[in-house]
Design a protein. Sequence first.
Length: 147
Amino acid sequence: MAELMQDEQIIEVLRGARTIALLGAHEHPAKPAFYVPDYLHMQGYRILPVNPMLVGKTLWGEPVRASLAELAEPVDIVDVFRRPDLLFGHMEDLAAMRPKPRLVWLQLGIRNDAFARAVLELGIDVVQDRCTLADHRRFAIPPLQGA
């Protein structure tokens, strides 16, 4: 497993992913934790929102889950919108995911090297301090089939 930093690696992940768990999902359109996954959803990705404060609501056509542990289906990317000091609070749920996600993506401005090492030890690739929306646009990734 590796920390992905090369453009080619990022392109491969974005092209190969279909399902993204959105940790720290938000319902306010001006927040990055809403407009980034909203963009990805419009590109054809299935977005599984996770936020205990929004349980009972629906975002991107999916019920909001309280934790990653509630996800019962395979996830390609766990896209993280949480402060760096809160990341280890999700480690147990990440470790319990079956199958494991291919990648944990820490959004732009989120970096925690100790957490990244722990994720790698779980056998999951990691990206730090990058924006999925910006990279998707920059690399002109085509929408998924059926989007």
